[in-house]
Design a protein around this ligand. Structure first.
Ligand SMILES: [Zn+2]
Length: 134
């Protein structure tokens, strides 16, 4: 493995396992997922990487009781819109909790978890989910 592939792998690792978004240095707007252009500044965009604090609160939620193929064993589960401390809203699954214990305004934090198993080879995909703060 040569140096460049290590660097690319590391960059992907960082964005896969952290909440890496974009900050516009012109107007201060934050984006997640990352963007290539600020929707406010357009061609005057000066974008840079921004690592979110990984903490937020439940903005809205829904309980999934009838899931897509491959996710049935997880039901019931909560999918929520999370408002991060920086004000950006993202959605994600809330894990390790009773679905009735998740309420609007509850504080949550990011965790790294298995998302699903893909194909006959059983390749496990990982991603970010959320957990209630206790
Ligand atoms: Zn901007």
């Amino acid at each position: 493995m040569h140096k460049q592939s290590v660097a690319i792998a590391w960059r992907k690792f960082r964005s896969k396992y952290r909440l890496v978004g974009t900050k516009c240095r012109t107007c201060g707007s934050l984006y997640y997922p990352p963007v290539n252009i600020c929707s406010k500044c357009r061609r005057n965009s000066k974008l840079g990487e921004y690592i979110f604090n990984e903490k937020g609160k439940i903005y809205s939620k829904t309980v999934v009781r009838s899931a897509a193929e491959g996710f049935g064993r997880q039901t019931p589960y909560v999918v929520a819109i999370i408002e991060l401390e920086e004000g950006v809203r993202i959605y994600g699954q809330v894990v390790d909790c009773n679905v009735d214990d998740v309420n609007i305004g509850d504080p949550v934090y990011c965790v790294f978890r298995k998302m699903y198993t893909s194909g006959k080879e059983g390749i496990i995909k990982y991603g970010l989910k959320f957990k209630l703060e206790n």
